[in-house]
Every structure is written in C-alpha cells, then in structure tokens.
Design a binder for this molecule. Sequence first.
Ligand SMILES: CC(C)(COP(=O)(O)OP(=O)(O)OC[C@H]1O[C@@H](n2cnc3c(N)ncnc32)[C@H](O)[C@@H]1OP(=O)(O)O)[C@@H](O)C(=O)NCCC(=O)NCCS
Length: 167
Amino acid sequence: MTEIGILEIGQATEADLEGILDLQAANQAGKGGRLSVSLPRSHIAAMMNGMPLIVARRRGRVIGFLMTSTRAMNADIPVIRAMLAAHPYQDDAYVYGPICVDVDERGQGIAQAMFTELRRLQPGREGVLFIRRDNSASLRAHAKMEMREVASFAFKGMDHAVFSYVG
Ligand SMILES: CC(C)(COP(=O)(O)OP(=O)(O)OC[C@H]1O[C@@H](n2cnc3c(N)ncnc32)[C@H](O)[C@@H]1OP(=O)(O)O)[C@@H](O)C(=O)NCCC(=O)NCCS
C-alpha cells in the first residue's frame, strides 16, 4: 500500500466492492460518463481474485479504480474481442481497464499512480487497452503514462485506439 498524503493506492478487497460499483454506476455512458461497460458485482469479484484490481481511497472511500483481467475472463465482451482481434498481443498479455477516477478528483495524477502500482505488481507483462477516439482526457492521460498506440478498430460506429505497454 502506497500513501500519498491521505490518499491510499493499493489492491482492492471485498470491502471496496460497494464503492467500486458506485463509482462505476456514476460514470456510465448513459449518464454522461465515459465508461462503456458496466460489470456486475460477481464479475468484478471474480476479476479481483484472478488479477490485480487497484483502488484509490480517500478517507476509506473509493475514489478511483483500475481493473485488469485475463484475456479469457472477458472474451465474451464484444468490444474486448474487437480490441484483441486488432492487435497481435504477446502470449501472456492481459487486459487493462476499465479505469475511472471520481470527477472531483481528476487531474491530480491518481490514474497515473494506480498504473504505477499495477506495473509494480505485473512486471514484464504486456497490458492492452482500448480508448474511444473521442475521449481526449483518457487519450492524453494514457499517452502521458508512456503507453504506445498500436492499432485502431471500429466498434458500434465509433473509432477506438488500442494502446499497449510492458510492465
Ligand atoms: C481518464 C481518467 C481515468 C484520468 O484520470 P486522472 O486521475 O484525471 O488522470 P491523471 O491525473 O493521472 O492524468 C492527468 C493527465 O490526463 C490528461 N487529462 C486529465 N483530465 C483531462 C481533461 N479533462 N481534459 C484533457 N486532458 C485531461 C492530461 O494530460 C493530464 O495531464 P496534465 O494535467 O499534466 O496535462 C479520468 O479522466 C476518468 O475517470 N474519466 C472517466 C472515465 C474514463 O474515461 N475512463 C477511461 C476509459 S478508456
């Protein structure tokens, strides 16, 4: 667990699930947010047991999450399938995302700090993610993390960029 002031960055536990679900719900595309996928609690719990789920907490409240999964775990999600078809990933590659930071906490490097923690936990492995081309905040935040754009694909009429990094 790393502490930046009163901000904690570390791996999620069962106790964080409610806060993760709240943050996910508040950021759905249908509500003007930028998350394109809404994962049920049971699925998030399963992902958390298989791969790191990083959270940022302020005074115990979840104000950011960064989920990761094995490729197999989310192979049934159409946009993930489209991403993986667009990029010749390495054998041990995993899927990065979704990532979300509370709207009142953005622009302070919290996404960057969660990514640093993830890399510490998964050294040497390739991570692959997609970002919708109209999500300029996310494109900039991830370019700043020194991820590489490696491919593009269209999904539901929208252009998406594929980014990759090695931890
Ligand atoms: C994308 C997201 C996770 C970034 O989180 P964050 O903690 O604000 O990001 P960081 O503070 O680590 O990164 C800061 C960089 O991101 C970029 N950035 C952040 N907010 C931005 C905004 N509103 N507009 C443009 N660029 C922005 C900037 O380049 C910034 O660096 P700078 O301030 O030095 O210029 C956050 O905006 C978010 O949760 N968005 C809604 C959900 C989402 O889009 N998830 C990603 C789907 S692919």
